[in-house]
Design a protein around this ligand. Structure first.
Ligand SMILES: Nc1nc2c(c(=O)[nH]1)N[C@H]1C(S)=C(S)[C@@H](COP(=O)(O)OP(=O)(O)OC[C@H]3O[C@@H](n4cnc5c(=O)[nH]c(N)nc54)[C@H](O)[C@@H]3O)O[C@H]1N2
Ligand SMILES: Nc1nc2c(c(=O)[nH]1)N[C@H]1C(S)=C(S)[C@@H](COP(=O)(O)OP(=O)(O)OC[C@H]3O[C@@H](n4cnc5c(=O)[nH]c(N)nc54)[C@H](O)[C@@H]3O)O[C@H]1N2
Ligand code: SF4
Ligand SMILES: [Mo]
Length: 885
């Protein structure tokens, strides 16, 4: 039997929103390719997109509803939820319940949840992880434009002559869009890229200019730029005069002395001037921003400080120009469109606007429209802890890992009398607290729409059957609506009906008064919905699809249709923190997605970074006696995490960087948000996730270990451990303070005693032990133990699980701990598509390759998804520096 034809769908990870062709094969696997016809990616995919097929297995899935630990039917589970919500609302009022949702839900899921809470339950306590992600941008857009509008398109990045990336590690976090920029730069080398980031990221590696700004120096930098625009007479007076208000007030309010500018940004006068003159002298500028901007206690002001400079130069809404918010999640934008934040209403309408409230009440036939904004994410969890909120439904997000102050989150969840969690996975740290566990279908099984960063709406389509009893999120919410007595309002038969209603609301009495209008789809049939092609909004009912940019000629969504300059405030004093504390910067790695519930299942993706780490400067490492591969302890009072030290030249002293991904499913104590307190932006309520203060010290361990093993060890008691999946098993890092616990640790990993090892090596002088067990010709477990960090090639050792040991002599290779001459050590994996390691790339450089494309020709590395191009370029660069020394 032949394979079925490919299904067109959209990648479930980042906000680039790449089109995917998924082909289920007769052997049960799924072939994943980029969709050449999708206007976001034109066939490209990054490493995460490429590996989607590896994340579709059913291991770890939640497959049936559970109430208080008992399997049950959907009907019983939802009856239970409905009764408890109803009773709580009757006794304590609508604001005693809440939903905590996710920018990874589809628009249809989100629409139903928002409609239920805001239109029928009568509370606006529906907030989402987008609060941790995009809410400063939403607040900044609304202050400047009167609406939450992204003015430009991806194409603008290809037409720009200058791209400024502020707080964005695009090479890793929006890789396909970054590839589009690099391709444009290849064609037009005059295209300049400036990266503003405290760290020299892989993105900065590819830039013409990197400004290693101090944490939160951005408002100062862009206020200084506004001043420079005025001083150099580069103000676009006609645009400012015709289309904006508040210019002189903003300019006056944002004055900053050169001395203060240098102090706050930590940049030199030369660096600042170079950036300013590039900006004023280039007409076509796009300024992209992401979490280095949003996740800050001054996030909203950062957004407005950037927008002010674009308004002042009139560089907005025209080809190749504009401020550009890079959205993180696949449907961050769709969530905003349905109004899924506690301070929004629906379809880009405002909760505190009476006309909007009347319109939505009428359209929905709402019995009980929420009278006021609800609790924002962090407030919602605080209210849960204090008992003001007594019933919460969490859907598609893992706050026990992703919220700041996870200890508070744990207390809040534990205190919640009625906690419902809908997820695909059974064992997320959040799910552990739920009384009602509801199995959701996930990517590949569900269908609906998502909106990407450039306002393009695309279909996700199912190509796999729903496993077990798992059901769509929108259906779960609609059932609750019905069980609460709102049969008619929640009688949706399928996702197409939900989308049609959403589209109809967007166009309802709109007439160009609101930016978000997809009224053309108000009557979409199920067939048309199935065939829906990616399209960009707005698409009003009667209008021809036309301009896809906003504000080139004003027409802002404010009362007077003028854009607003917003005076932004610098913090009263630069935060002077005690010297002993580090600024803790957090963020993402190339190949993992958030809390790893999906990417943690992929061996390809897990080969890039196998454990949590802390990037620390050489100077600080030296001062704290931290050596390469040591473990470090980061702590605040009695909260701590232990992670691997990565001594680096890419950030300056006083800063450390840790990825946000690892949690107790993959590491002992790697959950970084234990250390991040919930300091909030005053306008958006978004927590400052990038500038916590922590102490750092070397973690004293008496034994270090590394293991590869076929079966996943379940209970590991080492003081430090981290595990990562490989093609046929697991790789484990561990370390422990008490040497005498070693036999127990070995037993936990090998499932047997030290004495049973098939081959063993023991070096008494330095406590080194190397042990291996075999099942026939296959390696079962190999463990390496030493009193200092173990030096064994991780990728080589993991590969041995797939090797045939048909000669006994070969087994000794395992305890030698190094590859034989016939199998060179590839080194840490750089290119995950072709499993090419750093050593192989360096060998090729030694053999004469001098460019990324030559490496590609020799090793194929970087030629598939291209996500590793920046890393390859860095290796070549570093090797050539070495050669020059
Ligand atoms: N591989 C991967 N890609 C992803 C995701 C993922 O989990 N993994 N998640 C997606 C999501 S939801 C999001 S929101 C995006 C996030 O995408 P990004 O925002 O690009 O990623 P982050 O790593 O969170 O942070 C970006 C950069 O901000 C810098 N930064 C920290 N503080 C400051 C500051 O004060 N000023 C400036 N200018 N910069 C600062 C950090 O050093 C970091 O390099 O990524 C999306 N894409
Ligand atoms: N320190 C620090 N913390 C951060 C950040 C940071 O940069 N630093 N970034 C913040 C940002 S920008 C974000 S977006 C958040 C992300 O944080 P989270 O949203 O908590 O992270 P995910 O791992 O994406 O969680 C998604 C959950 O939904 C489940 N899931 C997947 N698909 C479906 C589905 O279709 N239906 C349902 N019901 N469930 C599904 C997954 O199994 C997983 O448990 O983290 C935030 N936290
Ligand atoms: S850039 Fe990568 S993660 Fe983002 S949508 Fe495209 S394939 Fe998915
Ligand atoms: Mo995000």
């Amino acid at each position: 039997m032949g394979d079925t034809p490919p299904i067109r769908t959209t990648c479930p990870y980042c906000g680039v929103g790449c089109g995917v062709l998924a082909t289920p094969r007769s052997d049960g696997n799924v072939t994943i390719k980029g969709d050449p016809d999708h206007p976001a990616n034109f066939g490209r995919l990054c490493s995460k997109g490429m590996a989607l097929g590896e994340t579709l297995g059913l291991d770890g899935r939640l497959l049936y509803p559970e109430v208080n630990g008992q399997k049950t039917s959907w009907d019983q589970a939802l009856d239970h939820v409905a009764q408890r919500f109803k009773r709580t609302i009757e006794t304590y009022g609508p604001d005693s319940v809440g939903f905590y949702l996710s920018g990874q839900m589809l628009t249809e899921d989100y629409y139903v949840a928002n409609k239920l809470m805001k239109g029928f339950i009568g509370s606006a306590n529906v907030d989402t992880n987008s609060r941790l992600c995009m809410s400063s941008t939403v607040a900044g857009h609304k202050r400047a434009f009167g609406s939450d509008t992204v003015p430009g398109n991806y194409e603008d990045l290809e037409h720009a002559d200058l791209i400024v990336l502020v707080g964005s590690n695009m090479a890793w976090c929006h890789p396909v869009l970054f590839q589009r920029i690099l391709a444009a730069k290849d064609k037009r080398p005059g295209l300049n890229i400036v990266v503003i980031d405290p760290r020299r990221t892989k993105t900065a590696e590819m830039a013409n200019l990197h400004l290693p700004i101090n944490a939160d120096g951005d408002v100062a930098l862009f206020n200084g730029l506004l001043q420079h625009i005025v001083q150099t007479q580069m103000v676009n007076s006609s645009y400012v005069g015709d289309h904006t208000v508040g210019f002189s007030e903003a300019v006056n309010a944002t004055q900053i002395s050169q001395k203060d500018l240098i102090k706050r940004t930590g940049l030199s006068e030369g660096q600042i001037n170079e950036f300013y003159s590039l900006f004023v002298n280039t007409e076509k500028v796009v300024t992209c921003f992401s979490q280095g901007v949003n996740q800050s206690s001054s996030g909203t002001d950062k957004v407005n400080a950037i927008i002010n400079c674009h308004l002042a130069t009139g560089r907005i809404g025209r080809k190749g120009m504009g401020p550009f918010s890079l959205t993180g999640q696949p449907n961050a934008m769709g969530g905003r469109e349905v109004g899924g934040l506690a301070n929004m209403l629906a379809a880009h309408m405002d909760i505190d606007n009476q006309a909007h409230r009347d319109l939505v009440t009428e359209f929905w036939g709402a019995s009980n429209l929420a009278p006021k904004p609800g609790l924002k994410a962090v407030e919602l969890f605080r209210a849960l802890k204090s008992g003001d909120v007594k019933a919460l439904w969490i859907m598609g997000t893992n706050p026990m890992v992703s919220m700041p102050d996870t200890d508070l989150v744990a207390e809040a969840l534990a205190a919640c009398p009625m906690l419902v969690v809908s997820d695909m996975m059974a064992n997320t740290p959040t799910m552990g607290f739920a009384q009602v566990k509801l199995p959701s279908i996930g990517w590949g099984e569900k269908g609906g729409t998502v909106t990407n960063s450039e306002r393009r709406i695309s279909r996700q389509r199912a190509f796999l059957p729903a496993p077990g009893m798992a059901r769509p999120d929108w259906w779960q919410m609609a059932q609750l609506g019905k069980k609460l007595g709102h049969e008619e309002a929640f009688g949706f038969k399928n996702a197409a009906e939900v989308f049609a209603e959403h589209a109809a609301l967007s166009g309802y009495q709109n007439d160009g008064t609101r930016d978000f209008d997809i009224g053309v789809h108000a009557d979409v049939s199920s067939e048309e919905y199935e065939a829906l092609k990616p399209f960009q909004w707005p698409q009003p009912k009667e209008a021809e699809p036309s301009a896809t940019r906003f504000f080139a000629n004003g027409s802002f969504y404010t009362d007077d249709k003028r854009g607003r300059f917003v005076p932004t405030r610098l913090a009263d004093k630069q935060q002077h923190k005690p010297k002993s504390k580090f600024v803790l910067n957090t963020g993402r790695v190339r190949d993992h997605w958030h809390t790893m519930t999906r990417t943690g299942k992929s061996a390809t993706l897990s080969s890039h970074m196998g454990e949590p780490y802390c990037e620390i400067s050489r100077a600080d490492a030296q001062r704290l006696h931290i050596k390469p591969a040591d473990l470090v302890r980061l702590f605040v009072k009695d909260q701590q995490v232990i992670v691997r030290a990565l001594i680096s030249t890419k950030l300056s002293a006083g800063q450390v960087f840790c990825p946000m991904h690892w949690n107790n499913n993959y590491a002992s104590i790697g959950s970084i948000n234990q250390l991040v307190k919930a300091e909030l932006d005053p306008h958006s309520g978004q927590p400052a996730l990038k500038a916590a203060r922590v102490k750092v010290e070397r973690a004293n361990m008496s034994i270090f270990g590394f293991a590869v093993t076929r079966n996943e060890p379940k209970d590991l008691s080492a003081d430090y451990w981290a595990k990562a999946i490989t093609r046929t098993g697991w790789r484990i890092e561990f370390a422990h303070q008490r040497a005498r616990d070693l036999p127990r640790l070995v037993r936990e990993i090998a499932n047997t005693d030290v004495t049973t090892a098939d081959v063993a090596y023991h070096a008494p002088h330095d406590d080194q032990q190397r042990l291996a067990w075999f099942d026939g010709v296959h390696l079962r477990t190999a463990i390496y133990i030493a009193s200092s960090p173990v030096e064994v090639s991780r990728s080589w050792a993991a590969g041995q699980l797939d090797t045939i040991f048909d000669e006994t002599a070969l087994r000794y290779r395992m305890v030698a701990g190094r590859p034989g001459k016939d199998m060179p050590d590839p080194g840490p994996i750089v290119c995950s598509c072709f499993s090419v390691g750093a050593n192989q790339i360096l060998d090729a450089v030694n053999a004469g390759c001098t460019s990324v494309s030559e490496i590609g020709k020799t090793l194929s590395a970087g030629t598939n998804c291209g996500s590793c191009k920046a890393e390859i370029s860095e290796l070549i660069h570093e090797r050539s520096l070495l050669a020059a020394e």
